[in-house]
Design a protein around this ligand. Structure first.
Ligand code: ATP
Length: 313
């Protein structure tokens, strides 16, 4: 049986609005999700035995059974028990390049890669929507990671409407090595502090979800208006993460002062990203921010917006 190498891109949130609570305990969200070129590599190799094994050098990535890539393979084995019994399990090797617990959906994209890879390896012939339905059982970001590109995400984040790509802007990402933010903490804290602002009326929630399709940011993206895209970035979770993590707030301010198109925390953070017109502009921004915050724990990446989801090399 063939081995597969999958490219699993990270994502940033160009927009994240928390609308209210859902009966399932999750938040009702309106987001604009965007793939970036920074990617993990996920290798699948059939081992012919009744076992799924995860290999990853990165010290912060958990081994099975808590690794999301393992959960994805287990889900496929449970969904297709006869095929699993026939072909056996696999070795899954993750070359981790996306920073961990960074608001960049690193675990989710590895899980998405495993679903896509097993679909090919076992010749299941599942369509992208069928794979995304399985993906939603693993986590809210996993369906988006399969298709990638640019999408409006609603519900828990698993209901997707693909939209036109923005211009292929450069992105500077920065994250303190020694700071990670729990996504669960960020959402719980938001609920405690701002739950009184939540929209309760289902009709108002529905119209807010519809409104996003004609919002200024979506218009700016479809007209490829880079400056406007930069000005209209938004993330409600900054309201809880920035006050709790002053270093992240300082980083966000340093980017804002560095002459970028726009800057924002991605997802639940603590990664802060900035959009730039060119690679030279991105390098210049990185140099400026590094000189304002000369902390060796602060790590930078320069990448680009991407229209790709999971792909096979
Ligand atoms: P998200 O934005 O999807 O909530 P994130 O990008 O903030 O997540 P991840 O890199 O996915 O963060 O890591 C979140 C937690 O998931 C980590 O603390 C880690 O222990 C766990 N995890 C499970 N599987 C993986 C994986 N394959 N890669 C990275 N982290 C993983």
């Amino acid at each position: 049986m063939r081995s597969y190498c999958l490219i699993a891109p990270a994502k940033i949130n160009l927009y994240l609005e928390i609308i209210g609570s859902r009966p399932d305990g999750f938040h009702e969200l309106v987001m604009l999700l965007q793939s970036i070129e920074l990617s993990d590599r996920v290798y699948l190799h059939a081992n012919g035995i009744d076992d799924i094994r995860i290999h990853c050098q990165h010290p912060e990535v958990p081994s099975q059974p808590t690794n999301l890539a393992y959960k994805a393979a287990k889900l496929m084995a449970d969904q297709f028990p006869d095929i699993f019994a026939n072909y056996g399990g696999m070795e899954i090797t993750i070359d981790k390049r996306i920073p961990v617990a960074a608001g960049l959906a690193g675990g989710s994209t590895d899980a998405a890669a495993v679903l896509v890879g097993i679909n090919l390896m076992w010749q299941l012939g599942l369509t992208q929507p069928e794979l995304q339905e399985l993906a939603a059982l693993l986590g809210s970001d996993v369906p988006f990671c399969i298709s990638g590109g640019t999408a409006i995400a609603t519900g828990r984040g698993e209901q997707l409407d693909a939209i036109n790509s923005p211009p292929s802007l450069f992105v500077v990402l920065a994250k303190y090595r020694n700071i990670s933010v729990s996504t669960a903490w960020a959402y719980q804290t938001y609920r405690q502090k701002f739950g009184h602002e939540y929209i309760i009326d289902p009709d108002v929630i529905r119209s807010r979800i519809i409104e996003i399709h004609s919002s200024p940011l979506v218009n700016a993206i479809s007209h490829k208006h880079s400056a406007k895209i930069g000005q209209l970035l938004h993330n409600d979770l900054e309201r809880v993460v920035l006050p709790a993590y002053p270093q992240v707030e300082q980083l966000r301010n340093a980017f804002a002062d560095a002459g970028v198109l726009g800057t924002m925390m991605s997802g639940s953070g603590p990664t802060v990203f900035a959009l730039c017109e060119s690679e030279t502009h991105a390098q210049e921004v990185k140099r400026k921010v590094r000189s304002v915050i000369p902390d060796f724990e602060l790590k930078f990446w320069i990448t680009r917006l991407s229209s790709a989801g999971i792909s096979v090399t």
